[in-house]
Write a protein that binds this ligand. Structure first.
Ligand code: GLU
Length: 448
């Protein structure tokens, strides 16, 4: 591990030894610890024992999720909730339903969530959960039965003051609805603040659906502004075509930029006229179609590429919004060669460590997900505020709050990076600032 402090290397080695085979978790821990070297010894809260405790989840819940498919056949999945840290507030973080989910993925996401949530400045701890359930190709009734079975175990660990899940990959408003319905039935409480990402009629917040994508673009605007630039007239490439990608595209277009490519797991589309968002929405959300269907429907201006890398498309700004480790060193090299100036992560940890190094060395502004995609969870915290006061805010007010939060996350990263001798380094700024707020709270709360 690249740190001058042997005590941090020892903490990392212990994490690897205690969590064998959990590569994504090791990667997430390593990325943070590598930046804490300059802080240890300079700040009282940067106590190595606090760092060591921070790397061990407070609680990990693993459970069986049995359910019956539409043919009445028994199915079996595994459920997870890793309650990582509650020094700043109730555990908070999404649920991911995807066949790739195992304990190492949930731990990596939960660990990242601690720092992300801390950076928002809001009172939320860090957690993550999910299942290896694959919602693809499942009927509504099957998804409902799965969600009900999942919640039948998980409900006992949740509560508006205890642990508040939300969505992530594979978990949107439909799944949150079924999960909330089952929680309400089991507990006999309309405890709206126990889950976020709810529908507007049943305790949801305006802007929550848009928040991660919009927040990402607000962050990019600040990055560009820091070098006297703006989004106006920029060419942008967005990987993915899910909730984060769609709303990032929407906000880029609102602010005068042009998104010329996006993707799904079967390839990418280049559309030099700019992605037609209405068409994309129709294809993805109503027809549950693929990017190849988009290209076909769009006609001449769009080209579908089935193999190859979306990062070979020349752009000024690249926004990886699909999944972890999707932007590797080769992709980063192509971005640099084509003159890309900003890379900001809409997904969680989509850029590999080698790619980050290459981008930083080439002088590309790189915004890590724990800062750049914090708008989603920040708006979840705003949803909790509305639930607690039994209030609902307007779209304009909520979006304004989101924009303010993203600006302050941006400034906190830059100021902290500067203070610790890493000017312009958003990764170091995010890791150090996120860490210090949690570590100070952990010290104040004693050995618990
Ligand atoms: N899953 C989202 C994230 O990665 C949102 C979590 C939440 O709203 O609690 O931050």
């Amino acid at each position: 591990m690249a740190t001058s402090d042997g005590r941090l290397t020892a903490v990392y080695d212990e994490v690897v030894a205690r969590n064998p085979g959990e590569d994504e978790f090791h990667q997430a821990v390593r990325e943070v610890l590598e930046d804490l070297g300059p802080v240890v010894g300079r700040h009282a809260a940067a106590d190595v024992e606090v760092i060591r405790r921070l790397c061990e989840p407070e609680r990990q819940v693993l459970f069986r999720v049995p359910w019956a498919d539409d043919e009445g056949r028994p199915q079996l999945n595994r459920g997870f909730r890793v309650e990582f840290n509650s020094a700043l507030g109730p555990y908070k973080g999404g649920l991911r339903f995807h066949p790739s989910v195992y304990l190492g993925i949930v731990k990596f996401l939960g660990f990242e969530q601690i720092f992300k949530n801390s950076l928002t400045g809001l009172p939320i701890g860090g957690a993550k959960g999910g299942s290896d359930f694959d919602p693809k190709g499942r009927s509504d009734a099957e998804v409902m039965r799965f969600c009900q079975s999942f919640m039948t175990e998980l409900y006992r660990h949740l509560g508006e003051h205890t642990d508040v899940p939300a969505g992530d990959t594979g978990v949107g408003q439909r799944e949150i609805g079924y999960l909330f319905g089952q929680y309400k039935r089991i507990t006999n409480r309309y405890e709206a603040g126990v889950l976020t990402g709810k529908g507007l009629d049943w305790g949801g917040s305006r802007v929550r659906t848009e928040a991660t994508g919009y927040g990402l673009v607000f962050f990019v605007e600040e990055v560009l502004r820091a070098s006297s630039g703006s989004l106006d007239g920029t060419k942008v490439v967005v990987s993915g075509s899910g909730n984060v990608a769609v709303h990032a595209i929407e906000k880029v277009h609102q602010l005068g930029g042009r998104v010329i490519a996006c993707s799904d797991s079967a390839g990418y589309v280049v559309d030099e006229d700019g992605i037609d968002l209405d068409l994309l929405r129709e294809i993805k959300e109503q027809r549950r179609g693929r990017m190849s269907d988009y290209a076909e429907a769009r006609g001449r201006s769009a080209q579908h590429v089935g193999d190859g890398s979306i990062w070979s498309v020349p752009c000024d700004v690249a926004l990886p919004c699909a999944t972890q480790n999707e932007l590797d060193e080769a992709g980063a090299k192509q971005l640099v060669e084509n003159g890309c100036r900003v890379v900001a992560e809409g997904a969680n940890m989509p850029t590999t460590p080698d790619a980050i190094r290459l981008l930083r060395d080439a002088g590309v502004s790189f915004a890590p997900g724990k800062a750049a995609n914090a708008g989603g969870v920040a708006t979840s915290a705003l949803e909790m505020q509305q639930n607690a006061t039994r209030d609902t805010w307007t779209f304009e007010h909520t979006e304004q709050r989101l924009a303010e939060i993203m600006h302050s996350v941006h400034d906190r990263c830059l100021e902290t990076a500067e203070e610790y001798g890493r000017p312009g380094d958003y990764v170091a700024g995010a890791n150090i600032a996120g860490f210090l707020r949690v570590a100070e709270a952990m010290l104040a709360l004693g050995l618990v």
